[in-house]
Design a binder for this molecule. Structure first.
Ligand code: ADP
Length: 662
C-alpha cells in the first residue's frame, strides 16, 4: 500500500501552513509584548514627569510662604540681612535675596553663601527687564510673580540660567516694596524633584521651542530614548519640564513578559520540530508497514494452502484466495459467517457442530491436523486436512483460531488407484501362477497319458489277433480298451488346450519403454521397500529403446525378482540397497536385446540352493511357494530371452534377464 496520489503533498502543505501560522503568531506576540512594554515605560515616564512638576510646584509654593514669613520678621528683633542669610543657607536653589523699594531699587541684597555672587560680573540694575516683568505680575496679582529666565554669565566662563521671583511686601493692603529672589533653575531640578525620579532619568527645563535651559540627572546611556514633557505654568512665566529616559538593554528581551513569550515561542518551535520528527518517523514506519503488508498479502495470495481465521464464536474473520477457490465461495460470502459454515456438508453439520463446541470449550485440536470433509459450492465433496492453531493478538490474548486447510482429495484418489492396481497385479500374479501350474501339470501328465494311449493301441492290436479266435470276448475287451484310448486322447486334448490357453498370452505383446515398466512397478516396490527399510536405486536412462513384451508378465517378473532380492536382505544386512537397472545388451545381426537387472546386497546364493533354484516348488522360505523363479524363467524364455544370476561384488546377487528390443 502506497500513499494515494496527492495525499503526501497536502500533508506537507498543512504542516507548512501550521509552521507559518505559529511563526506569525509568535512574532505578533513578541511584537505586542514589546509594544506593551514600551507603552508601560512611556506611561511611567509621563507619570514621573507629572510627579516632578507637582513636586516643583509644591516646593515653590512652600518657598513663597517661607519668603512671606521673612517679610513679617521684626527688623528690630532680627535685622533683615541676617534673617535672609539664614534662609539662604537653607535654600540652595536661591542665589540672592533682595529687598527692593516700590520703584524696584535694591535696598538690601544678600548673596548665597554657597557660591560667589552671581551678579558680580554684570551687576544688577533696577530696570532689569525680567525683574520688572516679575514684579509687574506680582503687583497685579498681589502675590508671587515669576520673571522670564535669563542666562547670567559667570566668572569661570560658564553661566547660570536664573529665574526671578518677585513677592510684593504688603502693609495694610498697600505695596510698600518687593522681595526678589533669584532661583537657579538647575538647583530647582536638583533640590525640588524627588531623588527617585532623577536616579535613572534626566530632567530638564526647556523653553516652548525646545531650547534647553537647565538639566539634572543621569547622563545619557543606552540606545533608546523615552521622553515626556510637562508644562510648568507659573504666574508670569511658563516653562516645559522634560524628562528623558534611556533603555540600556536590547529592546526585544527587556522584561519578564517578553522573556516569557520568547520562552514559549522557543518551546512551541521545539515542539513543532519534535512533532515534525515524529511525523517523519511515523511516515517511515507507515511505509515499512505498508511494505510488510504488501509482502504478506502477496504471500497469502500465492499460497496454495487455504487459510481461514475464526473468532472465538466461530465466525469467519479471514479467508485467503486459495481457501475461497477450494470451497467455491467468495470472501464476501464467507466473512462474518457463523456456524454452520456454508461449506459444511449438510449430513455432517451435527458432527462438526459438536467438534466446534469442544474446541470452543478450550480443547485444542491435535497439532498434526484433522481429516475432514468439506463441500464445494457446487455440491462436490472433498477430503481436507485441517491444521489449527490458536490466534493470539498483540496483547497476548487468544482471539480465535487460525486454520490451514489442505485439499487432499487428489492424494486420496491416487492412493485409491494404487491400491486398485496393486490388487490387479496380485490377481494377475495368482493367475500366472495357476497358468504355470497348469502348464507344468500338462507337461507332466502328457507323458503318462501318451503311455496309456500307446498301451491301449498295443492292447488293441493284440486283441485283434485274439478276437479272431474268440470273437465274443475279443469284441467286448476291444470296445473297452478303445474307450480307454479315446478317453486318454481326450484328456490329452484337454490338457493341450489348457496348455495352449496358457501359452496364448504371446499375442499380448507390445512395444514398451523400459522406463515405463519400472514406473509401473515402482509404487509397489517402494511400498514394500519402506516396510523393510530398503533404499531403492533405479539406473535406467530415459532414452533407452522400447522392448517388445507382454507388459503385465514382465512387470510380474520384475516384481518377483525385486521381492526375492528384498527378502534376501535380512535384518543383519547393513545399508540395504536394491538396485534396478536396464541397459542395451550385446546384440547380433538378427536381433537386438535389452538387459534388465535386479541387484541385492544380501548373503548371496549357496551352491546347493543355486542347483535347485528354478525347480518348481523349491523354496527356503516358510511361506514360500517355490514357483516364483520358475515362472519368471518361463516368461522370459517365452519372450526368447534368458534369465540368469551371478554373484554381486562385494556381496549379494544379481538376477538379470534379456528381452528383445522392439
Ligand atoms: P519363493 O520365493 O516362493 O521361495 P522362488 O522360486 O522365487 O520361490 O525362490 C526360490 C528360492 O530361491 C528362494 O526360496 C530363495 O532361497 C532363493 N532365492 C531367490 N532369489 C534369491 C536371492 N536374490 N538371493 C538369495 N536367494 C534367493
Amino acid at each position: 500500500m502506497r500513499w494515494p496520489v496527492g495525499r503526501l503533498p497536502r500533508r506537507w502543505a498543512l504542516w507548512g501552513l501550521l509552521v507559518l501560522l505559529v511563526l506569525a503568531m509568535l512574532s505578533t506576540l513578541v511584537w505586542l509584548a514589546g509594544r506593551y512594554e514600551i507603552s508601560q515605560v512611556q506611561s511611567r515616564i509621563e507619570r514621573d514627569a507629572a510627579d516632578a512638576v507637582s513636586d516643583i510646584r509644591v516646593a515653590l509654593l512652600r518657598n513663597v510662604q517661607t519668603l512671606q514669613t521673612l517679610q513679617f520678621v521684626d527688623p528690630s528683633q532680627r535685622p533683615w540681612p541676617k534673617a535672609a542669610a539664614a534662609l539662604l543657607r537653607d535654600h540652595r536653589e536661591w542665589l540672592r535675596l533682595e529687598q527692593r523699594d516700590v520703584d524696584l531699587r535694591v535696598v538690601t541684597a544678600v548673596d548665597t553663601p554657597f557660591r560667589s555672587p552671581v551678579f558680580a560680573v554684570f551687576g544688577r540694575t533696577a530696570g532689569q527687564p525680567e525683574v520688572v516683568q516679575a514684579c509687574a505680575v506680582a503687583r497685579r496679582q498681589s502675590g508671587p510673580g515669576y520673571g522670564v529666565s535669563n542666562y547670567v554669565p559667570q566668572k569661570d566662563g560658564l553661566g547660570l540660567e536664573i529665574m526671578d521671583l518677585c513677592l510684593p511686601v504688603l502693609v495694610d493692603g498697600h505695596i510698600t516694596g518687593y522681595t526678589v529672589v533669584s532661583y537657579a533653575l538647575s538647583e530647582i531640578l536638583a533640590g525640588m524633584v524627588g531623588p527617585q525620579l532623577t536616579r535613572s532619568q534626566e530632567v530638564s527645563f526647556t523653553e516652548s521651542d525646545g531650547t534647553r535651559l537647565a538639566k539634572f540627572g543621569m547622563p545619557r546611556r543606552g540606545t533608546r530614548v523615552f521622553t515626556a514633557q510637562q508644562l510648568l505654568d507659573l504666574p508670569g512665566h511658563a516653562m516645559v519640564l522634560r524628562m528623558d529616559s534611556w533603555r540600556a538593554a536590547p529592546d526585544v528581551f527587556p522584561n519578564v513578559l517578553t522573556a516569557l513569550v520568547t520562552a514559549m515561542a522557543i518551546a512551541l518551535v521545539t515542539v513543532l520540530i519534535m512533532l515534525g520528527r515524529d511525523m517523519r518517523r511515523r511516515q517511515r514506519v507507515e511505509s515499512d508497514l505498508a511494505d510488510a503488508l504488501a509482502f504478506r498479502k502477496a504471500m497469502e495470495d500465492s499460497l496454495v494452502t487455504g487459510l481461514r481465521a475464526r473468532d472465538t464464536q466461530g465466525r469467519i474473520t479471514y479467508v485467503n484466495p486459495a481457501f475461497c477457490e477450494m470451497v467455491g465461495f467468495s470472501a464476501k460470502e464467507l466473512l462474518g459467517h457463523g456456524m454452520p459454515a456454508p461449506y459444511w456438508p449438510p449430513e455432517m453439520i451435527d458432527e462438526y457442530g459438536q467438534r466446534q463446541a469442544l474446541r470452543l470449550a478450550g480443547n485444542a485440536p491435535p497439532r498434526e491436523g484433522v481429516e475432514s470433509v468439506f463441500m464445494h459450492k457446487n455440491g462436490q465433496h472433498m477430503a481436507v486436512m485441517i491444521f489449527e492453531a490458536p490466534l493470539i493478538n498483540a496483547q497476548g490474548q487468544q482471539t480465535g483460531w487460525m486454520s490451514a486447510v489442505l485439499n487432499i482429495s487428489e492424494q486420496r484418489r491416487v492412493e485409491e488407484m494404487s491400491r486398485a492396481s496393486q490388487e490387479r497385479l496380485q490377481a494377475t500374479a495368482r493367475l500366472a501362477m495357476v497358468g504355470e501350474m497348469a502348464s507344468l501339470l500338462s507337461h507332466e501328465l502328457n507323458q503318462p497319458l501318451a503311455a496309456i494311449s500307446s498301451y491301449a493301441t498295443g492292447s488293441m492290436n493284440l486283441l485283434q489277433d485274439l478276437s479272431q479266435q474268440d470273437p465274443s470276448v475279443g469284441g467286448m475287451l476291444s470296445d473297452a480298451i478303445e474307450r480307454i484310448g479315446q478317453q486318454a486322447e481326450r484328456a490329452g486334448k484337454v490338457i493341450k488346450s489348457v496348455h495352449d490357453f496358457v501359452r496364448r498370452r504371446d499375442q499380448a505383446r507390445e512395444a514398451v519403454l523400459p522406463r515405463t515398466l519400472f514406473d509401473n512397478v515402482m509404487p509397489l516396490i517402494t511400498l514394500q521397500a519402506r516396510k523393510l527399510g530398503v533404499r531403492v536405486v533405479l539406473r535406467c536412462a530415459n532414452d533407452l529403446p522400447a522392448v517388445l513384451c507382454d507388459k503385465t508378465m514382465v512387470e510380474q517378473v520384475l516384481l518377483n525378482l525385486a521381492r526375492n532380492a528384498m527378502q534376501a536382505m535380512t535384518e543383519d544386512t547393513r545399508d540395504k540397497v536394491l538396485t534396478l537397472g536396464a541397459r542395451a545388451a550385446a546384440s547380433n545381426a538378427i536381433s537386438r536385446w535389452m538387459e534388465f537387472s535386479v541387484t541385492d546386497v544380501g548373503p548371496g546364493i549357496a551352491p546347493d540352493v543355486a542347483e535347485k533354484l528354478f525347480t518348481p516348488f523349491f523354496t527356503t522360505k516358510v511361506e514360500g511357494m517355490g514357483l516364483g523363479l520358475s515362472l519368471c524363467r518361463t516368461v522370459v524364455e517365452q519372450h526368447g530371452g534368458l534369465l540368469s544370476h551371478t554373484d554381486n561384488t562385494p556381496r549379494g546377487t544379481v538376477f538379470s534377464f534379456t528381452l528383445p528390443q522392439a
